[in-house]
Ligand binder design. Sequence first.
Ligand code: FEO
Ligand code: CA
Ligand code: CA
Ligand code: CA
Length: 536
Amino acid sequence: MQSRRDFVKFMGRTGLLAATVAPFISVAGTSAMDVLLNAETGQIPFKPLAPSYADDLLLVDGMEYSVVLSWGDKLNGKDTFGFNNDYVAMFPIKGDKHDCVMWVNHEYTNSRFVSKYTSKQTEPKTLAQVNEELYSVGGSLVRVKYDKKKGKWEYVANDPLNRRLTGLTEIPFAWNEPIAGHTKAVGTNSNCAGGITPWGTLLTCEENYDDCWGEMDQEGKMTDKKTAWGWEAYYSNSPWHYGWVVEVEPFTGKAKKLVALGRIAHEAATTEALPDGRCVVYTGDDHNDECLYKFISDKPNSLETGMLYVANMENGEWVSLDWSKQEVLQKNFKNQTEVLIHTRKAAELVGGTKLDRPEDIEIDPLTGNVFVACTNNTPKGNYHGSILKIIETNGRDGLTFKHEVFLAGGKEMGFACPDNMEFDKKGNLWFTSDMSGKAISGDENYKGFGNNSLFYVPFSGPDAGKVVRVASGPVDSELTGPKFSPDYKTLFLCVQHPGEYSTDEKLSSHWPLGGDNIPKPSVIAISGASLDALMR
Ligand code: FEO
Ligand code: CA
Ligand code: CA
Ligand code: CA
């Protein structure tokens, strides 16, 4: 069991971590961790993986995986599992840790694989093709069970709890005014990371919404932002209907868009309950030079109303986006609804600090500090990103904080572009990297990092602060959504966009089926003696 003393000792060092901890050398045979060590010493009981460019999902010794769900798997008579799996959340059914509803985000589509629209098709996409793409995004709710005899997690086909939210599902706004003239949006898209509320609902975050339906300025005029998919040839959805956090009831699929949390490229929504039942949510805007936010609800067990604050890092202040109190917002917007639709502009007006693409956010279960993965900001020359630590200085609902760099990416540390994070039950950190496929295959700044990977950072013991590569993804993939099973015996991990840079002539990945098969984004379940050893 980890002692509080060990933990505090390490936390005392963390401000210096990036500069002072001996870098982990991730080539087998050269690191102190290359010795198989027993659990009693507290050292990591396996050799870390070396960087790899293999088209395979590689794991350290003592961990193995099985595929739980792949794109296209039949959930029931009408529904199939969507594309590009990202965030994962687990909801035990009647408290059973081995029988759960699993939520999985489906972030974006791929015309080559989903609608078979390639450069060989000379005519524009058909409506049927567009509908297939819209169906492939959103999220899935799927019953998954641990089969003790087989020793693995499997999904339950045709279970009544299986359902889809897609780019075509009607979802109401939880707000007292229509948004762009409507009380409901058609669909959810760009579902990246998310969170779970203290009352057991799911939060799924609409990130790069402007790739889907473009962007509209304050006057209601479309900007010249080019969309990625061409769905507007058949639909005229308002851009203002996307870029929200969506709350979903996991056992019914009932959903609503939470306008109060603002409209940005939400990456994640990380919650903590206040003693009186109100809720704090941290959420970041994953875009170059965009901001970090904190929302404080004003009612227990609801995120429908409350106040949104933006981080001013220089002053260590959460600055409110309250139209009724901020003169500069009154000058630029006609009411709070307009502030929330144009959150980025409002944040800039009140002095929100521009960050290097804040991605996932996790709260350290032992200290309550808030970890924010700032993945990179290449126009500013930040190629490798870092993980920030926010230390609230006036309680969870206070408006002041300190911050420091917890871990900086780079060649010496063996990782670049941190993205999704997860704390395990012992308070140790797991995180994934997200270097773009193009960067991995040809950019000098990313040479030698291997494919995107999963890393483990112990916070206590002799290896505290080291960065250990545990899994390496197939070609072009990003590993997303690390989530432990409720019993911490299994780590679910998504393999997103394997083979994304395939061409008409050549598939760049064949994972997971191998051979000549097309690549399929999939959720895997990782388990084994090495994982068990880390959880003891
Ligand atoms: Fe969808 Fe910011 O990653
Ligand atoms: Ca991400
Ligand atoms: Ca996370
Ligand atoms: Ca990313």
